[in-house]
Structures are given as C-alpha cells and as structure tokens.
Design a protein around this ligand. Structure first.
Ligand code: NDP
Length: 478
C-alpha cells in the first residue's frame, strides 16, 4: 500500500496533523529526523488509522502515492530549507511539498520559485489552532499553485475545522506562492491585537471598576454570550477564574507580567510598514508585549508619579463594565479593519487576488481568533467584495457610531486614572483620523517643503509646488 499523504516533522504539530489525516481515513506516511519520534507516534497512536512509518527520506518518499503530497512540519526558517534540500532531489515533477510551518511569506515566495523550476509544486500553508486544532481541525490557509489545490484541497477540507454556523470547511486556496503564509501572518497580528484589547478591558475592570479576577471572569462569560462571542474571550474567562493551587491566589496574580512573542506579530507590523499600511492597533499590541518585557526599565520607572486609582462604587462599576464592552467591540472592529487592509495591500503588491470574504470565512472555526464576529465580516465582503474598508460597511459603521460615546468615555477614564490603554486609544485615534475632514498632514507637508524643498500639492490646483521659504516666500511650480 502507498500513502496518500506524508508528514515529516513529528513534534506536537506534525504528530497531531498526521493523526488527523489518519483519523479521517487517509493512509499517512510519517517521518522525523530523530527516528524515536516516528516510533513513538506509531506506538502510541498507530491504532487510530493507517500509518506507514519511514526511517529514511528515501523510504518516506517511496511510501507516497504519486503525485506525492509531502507535508513539512518542522521548525520554521533554516530547518525548513534543510528539509526541502533533503527531499527535493528525491521528488519528481508534479509532486507537491506542503510547508505547514510558520514560514515568513517572503521565504515561501523564494522556495516556491526555486521548486517551480524543478517542476515541484510548493504550497506554503498557514495552520492555526495550536496542537488541539491540528488534531481536531485547524483553520488552514494554503497558498501555492492553484492546480495543487485540486488534489490537496479535498483532503484539507476533510481535516479542517468546520464553521459552526454552516459547517463550511475552514480552508480555501488563498492565492499563489506566499499568499497563505501572508494571511496566516496577519491572522497572528490580529490575534495579538485581540489579546491586547482583552488585556486592557481586564485592567480597566480591575483598576477602574474595582472588580476581582473572578468577577471579571463572570463579566467575560456574559460578554461571550453576545457579539464578542469568541474563543479568546472564552479562554480569558477560564484563565481569570483559575486559582493558583500553591498559594490560593488568583492565577493571574502569580504569573510574571512579561509577555513573550515568537515573531509573527512583529512580522505583521514590519510588513505593514513596508507596504505603508497603518496597523496602529496591531503595532501597539506588539509594543505592549515588548514594553512589558523591559523589567529593568519598568523597575527604574516605578517612582514616576501618576493619579491614584480610585475604584468606582458598585452601580457605577456595572455601568462602566458595559462601556468597556462597547470600547472593546469598537476597537476590535478597528483591528480587523487594519488587518484586512494589510491583506488587501499585500494582495495588490504581489498580485494574489485574495478573496477577503473567504479569509473571514475560514477564520470562523479552528483558529485562535475564531469568533461569531467573523461571520459578520464575511457577510460584509459578500455584500460588497470591493469594500474599501470594514468601517465603510453599513452595519459596522452603525455599531461604531453606537459604541463611540462609551468608547471615548472609557479612554478618558483610562487617561484620568493612569491606566495604559494603547490599543483602545490607538483604535480610537485611527477612527477619528480616518473620518477627519482635514489632517495636520498639510502642516507636515509645509514643514517638509520648508526644510527640504520636498514640495506639496494644493487643494485648488493640479501640480507640485514649492515656496521659496528662504527668499521672498513666493510660490513656484516644481
Ligand atoms: P517545532 O517548531 O518545535 O519543531 C520541531 C520539529 O522540527 C521536530 O520534528 C524536529 O525534528 C524538526 N527539526 C528541527 N530542525 C530540523 C532540521 N534541521 N532538520 C530536520 N528536522 C528538524 O515543532 P512544532 O510542532 O511546535 O511546530 C512545527 C511548525 O508548525 C513550526 O514551523 C511552527 O512555527 C508551526 N506552528 C506551530 C504551532 C504551535 O501551536 N506550536 C501553531 C501553528 C504553526 P527532531 O525531532 O529531529 O528534533
């Protein structure tokens, strides 16, 4: 017998993905650099389906039916290149290498191009949902040549998560070469923003409203029944209600408050800077993690003055919690607006022709940012595929209009009480900047023309102009 798919790289993700394929009836060839992992997989889970265990690269390749479908689930970066170099010479034209790691999309573009010249189809595939998702159904974002999806797609549709609303598989052919990994990157950037906004809501409920972590967990549970219904809100309630066994204190109070990161959030911001896309909410989320980690700087700053927190009374606190829900929801709309803008810009830059409604659709299940909300985004793009921004969707615009008084009050309260809310504030500033009739960018242009003769355009005439600042200040055409 031969395997319909092979997985090399059997750490948590690869192992669970291989099991997922096997549980869905596929024969799966499995391989890992360190053979012990392959053996352990077959020993522990061999009963779940048909596995062909391969010790060498040659055995692995020989076990696959043609055209071969070979999934790589190894550490992103150098290891992925090493594995490709090992396997590519053993493959034949028409075979497929599928990289399910968290590759940078620029690497994926490079690898796709190199392998295309050998006639090998290279699929850069974003996978979200962590180890549980990999086993029970992740959200899958494959890029690469369209024809590869014809044979790979149905298998991915089988193992992927299904959206709760309509049972649609959370996978689609995102676009050519690096499109899948790009979309996965932005997914992670949005995830950073979502988490930061939730963190700010928590901090406000704690310091301004005066609630305990257990009470805040209940508030999040209530929110999870409404429009904020999402995996991240759900697990937030779980984390906040957890009590540390050793000390009896809230778990959240015994964890060191320094957030770590693996890099996809940073990439999202770096690429946004390159593409000129304002993803201020995502950037603030990445910076907030970075700031939290600067222990020495924070310790040295502890003596700086600020307002004393003065928690609200019971009734006021409940009213404030409702306002925080509004601020969180409005800020969330802004983060998604920014993330989808980045996908639009990437799609234009690289000619990917990404369907934004489809992206929203496949994030509805399996992935970390899965949420009822995404179905609304899908609907917005279904209504109008060329929506200039999520904020120009009527429903979202109306919701923000309804939320904005509370949103502003919350930011004011945060500023008054000295609670940092970079996410809420940046989102609000983005909203106000976008809707502004005039921006101080006109002044910026004047300054640039003054010190560097960079020229400016006028509101009343076509062309580029320069004012002779050092002379008689008359205007010349540039
Ligand atoms: P790791 O990222 O920890 O990678 C470990 C695997 O890579 C092992 O199988 C290891 O083999 C293999 N490996 C490392 N270097 C080499 C090399 N030079 N040559 C061959 N094999 C090598 O595993 P994860 O399962 O956590 O993640 C796999 C991929 O999936 C990564 O790219 C990750 O970013 C991505 N991912 C992870 C998610 C998660 O929640 N963990 C979620 C989504 C994507 P050996 O056993 O021999 O050391």
């Amino acid at each position: 017998t031969s395997a319909q798919i092979g997985v090399t790289g059997l750490a948590v993700m690869g192992r669970n993905l291989a099991r997922n394929f096997a549980r869905n009836g596929y024969t799966v060839a499995v391989h890992n650099r360190t053979v012990a992992r392959t053996k352990a997989l077959v020993e522990e889970f061999g009963g779940e389906g048909d596995f062909i265990s391969a010790e060498t690269a040659e055995e692995f390749v020989a076990a696959l039916e043609r055209p071969r479908r070979l999934v790589i689930m190894v550490k992103a970066g150098g290891p992925t290149d090493a594995v490709i170099e090992e396997f590519a010479p053993l493959l034949e034209p028409g075979d497929m290498i599928i990289d399910g790691g968290n590759a940078h999309f620029a690497d994926t573009r490079r690898r796709e191009k190199a392998l295309r010249e050998q006639g090998i189809h290279f699929v850069g595939m974003g996978v979200s949902g962590g180890e549980e998702g990999a086993l029970h159904g992740p959200s899958i974002m494959p890029g690469g040549p369209k024809e590869s999806y014809d044979s790979l797609g149905p298998m991915l549709e089988k193992i992927s998560a299904k959206a709760a609303k309509d049972g649609a598989p959370c996978v689609t052919h995102v676009g050519p070469d690096g499109a899948g990994h790009f979309v996965k990157m932005v997914h992670n950037g949005i995830e950073y923003a979502d988490m930061q906004l939730i963190g700010e809501a928590y901090q406000l409920l704690r310091d301004v409203a005066g609630y305990s972590p257990a009470e805040i967990a209940d508030i999040f549970r209530t929110w999870n029944q409404g429009r904020l219904d999402s995996y991240l809100i759900e697990i937030t309630a779980e984390v906040l209600s957890h009590v540390d066994a050793a000390t009896g204190r809230p778990f959240v109070d015994v964890v060191v408050d320094q957030a770590e990161q693996k890099g996809t959030g940073r990439w999202t911001v770096q690429i946004a800077l390159d593409l000129g896309v304002p993803v201020s909410g995502i950037a603030e989320a990445v910076f907030a993690r970075s700031l939290s980690g600067h222990a020495t700087l924070r310790a040295a700053s502890r003596g700086l003055t600020g307002p004393e927190a003065a928690p609200l009374g019971k009734e006021e606190a409940a009213a404030f919690a409702d306002q925080v829900e509004q601020a969180l929801y409005a800020s969330k709309i802004v983060s998604y607006t920014q993330g989808f803008h980045e996908i639009t810009a990437g799609s234009e830059e690289y000619g990917w022709d990404i369907d934004l409604g489809k992206v929203a659709s496949i994030w509805r299940g399996g992935c970390i940012i899965r949420a009822a909300f995404l179905d609304r985004i899908r609907a917005a793009y279904d209504t109008r595929a060329d929506l200039p921004s999520l904020l120009s969707d009527e429903t979202f615009a109306r919701e923000i209009a309804d939320a904005q008084d509370d949103w502003r009050d919350v930011v004011i309260a945060a500023v008054r009480q000295g609670v940092p809310t970079p996410g809420f504030s940046a989102a609000l500033a983005y909203y106000d900047a976008l809707r502004a009739e005039r921006l101080p960018a006109a002044l910026t242009q004047g300054q640039r023309d003054f010190f560097g003769a960079h020229t400016y355009r006028r509101v009343d005439r076509e062309g580029a102009f320069h004012t002779l600042w050092g002379g008689d200040r008359s205007e010349v055409s540039a």
